[in-house]
Design a protein around this ligand. Structure first.
Ligand SMILES: Cc1cc2nc3c(=O)[nH]c(=O)nc-3n(C[C@H](O)[C@H](O)[C@H](O)COP(=O)(O)OP(=O)(O)OC[C@H]3O[C@@H](n4cnc5c(N)ncnc54)[C@H](O)[C@@H]3O)c2cc1C
Length: 461
């Protein structure tokens, strides 16, 4: 594919001529229309590329690393053949229509995550507590819950409160914890909410928390992409391999009246009439904007990026798990929030045990991971003493410290507005899960891509 690019020598000349060339090119759209440039090869960037191509537009995507997919990462190395572990995006709620549609288009089936089938297990004070109904839980776990809370699933308490609450205004100044306390959340209930809500309720505005929780509550049981989440991104990559430039980190964005010039790390300049920045908040803020940052970035600058969630994996003998009568989920305060077996199992009886830590468990898991796999094994053994076949083989990606990722989730501080409409400034359009109604979900990456593409086609059909 041929598109407008130049050497570093030409860059200054290009920048100097931006205003003029921009106007000229604006007048000569049509056969001379330049490709849309997309920065970021996560699901959002790839979906933008796919949709633009489907609309008959030329587009080129720049990805900083050698690997496409961003926060979708399926690990297979070090596991028995046929096994896989997801380090990033995994569960697809039934209400995530865009993911379902894309998976259908790419002929990737979804498999059920049988979350609430059979007994659940709660690890508490060194004991494995099996329960089917909330009332089965022992008093030392439920003491301090209000009578109403005692009849709810404790690990879904944040949803029980949210579903019944009146909708909150975006500018409600309370954080989610203050709001839940106002609704009657008990001290003991707080422990459950902190452990099981997807985000830390003290770190997120009440309105944003309510949006996230309502979607979770209406999503029903989740599903997963058969064969691995990366089948989604890999299929898009295969479809558009010719239009993707790997190992090309973009460092600077020079914003002209009608054009933008991207300067990559090798000093090459790429000029376009329309640029989609499909980046997480951290890398988006890290770009060098000339003559200055887009206005919408200052608003997003208030938001914080937090790696709320970390996954670690161990290979186990599925038969041993079954013999223990443990179904998919183990949860507990002392343990990384959730532990589950992938619904797909290989023929050799091996399965992958995944654990997810959020909020305050993160530090402990990260520490263990940094010290190595051995320590992780010790941590899991200590927490799951009944499992003898445990073999920690894989580890999660360091989402927090990887500068290309900039965290797993953003959160919007209390008082600032929630998810934005389409963001455009001159030739720049923003995309990415972080700025969608579904921040922290693959659905959000697709929603943002949809919005960005319709904005581009509206601007230059
Ligand atoms: C641990 C974890 C668990 C998750 N679980 C789920 C789940 O169960 N279900 C679900 O739906 N979602 C889940 N998600 C969220 C989901 O994975 C993300 O919302 C989605 O993949 C984000 O896509 P994106 O394209 O917006 O961003 P990203 O995937 O972050 O893509 C951004 C891309 O930009 C590239 N880049 C960065 N800087 C530059 C630069 N300067 N130049 C060029 N390229 C650059 C990066 O390398 C990356 O490839 C999870 C995420 C994590 C981390």
């Amino acid at each position: 594919m041929k598109y407008w690019s130049s050497s570093r020598r030409d860059f200054l000349k290009t920048v100097a001529g931006l205003a003029v060339s921009g106007k000229l090119l604006a007048q000569t759209r049509g056969p001379l229309q330049r490709p849309v440039l997309i920065v970021g090869g996560g699901l959002a960037g790839l979906a933008v590329l796919d949709a633009l191509k489907a609309a008959g537009r030329q587009a080129v995507l720049f990805e900083a690393s050698a690997r496409l997919g961003g926060r979708i990462l399926t690990i297979r190395d070090g596991l028995e053949p046929g096994l896989r572990a997801e380090a990033g995006g995994e569960q697809v709620m039934r209400s995530h229509q865009r993911v379902h549609r894309l998976a259908g288009d790419l002929r990737i089936p979804l498999i059920d995550y049988p979350i609430l089938e059979g007994d659940l297990v709660f690890r508490h004070r060194g004991r494995m507590l099996r329960f089917r109904l909330p009332s089965d839980l022992p008093a030392d776990l439920t003491d301090g819950l209000s009578p109403w809370e005692k009849t709810r699933w404790p690990h879904r308490l944040h949803l029980a409160y949210t579903v019944n609450a009146d909708p909150l205004a975006d500018d409600d100044p309370r954080n989610a914890l203050q709001w839940l306390r106002d609704l009657g959340l008990s001290r003991r209930g707080e422990t459950f909410v902190r452990a099981f809500a997807a985000v830390d309720p003290e770190q997120i505005s009440a309105a944003h928390f309510q949006r996230i929780a309502r979607r979770e509550a209406t999503g029903g049981n989740s599903q997963a992409l058969a064969g691995g989440s990366d089948r989604l991104t890999e299929a898009l990559v295969a479809r558009h391999a010719q239009s993707i430039r790997r190992n090309t980190p973009i460092r600077s964005v020079v914003i002209g009246e009608n054009t933008a010039t991207l300067l990559d790390a090798a000093g090459e300049a790429h000029v376009a009439d329309q640029v989609v920045l499909a980046l997480p908040l951290g890398p988006l803020l890290a770009l060098d904007y000339r003559p200055g940052r887009p206005r919408w970035l200052s608003r997003w600058g208030e938001a914080r990026v937090v790696a709320h969630e970390l996954k670690v994996h161990a290979q186990v003998d599925a038969r041993e798990f079954a013999a223990l009568g443990i179904r998919q989920h183990i949860m507990g305060f002392e343990f990384p929030r959730m532990t589950w077996l992938l619904p797909e199992r290989s023929a050799n009886g091996k399965a992958v045990l995944s654990t997810t830590a959020v909020n305050r468990h993160l530090a402990r898991l990260q520490e263990a991971r940094f010290r190595g796999v051995q320590d992780m094994e010790r941590l899991l053994r200590q927490q799951l003493p009944l499992l003898r076949t445990l073999a920690v083989k894989t580890r999660g990606e360091d989402w927090e410290h990887n500068p290309l990722i900039g965290g797993a989730y953003t959160y919007v501080p209390a008082g600032s507005r929630g998810s934005p409409p389409v963001q455009r400034e001159g030739p720049l359009v923003l995309a990415g899960s972080d700025y969608s109604d579904y921040s922290g979900w693959m659905e959000g990456a697709l929603q943002s891509a949809e919005a960005a593409v319709s904005e581009i086609l509206r601007y230059s059909p």
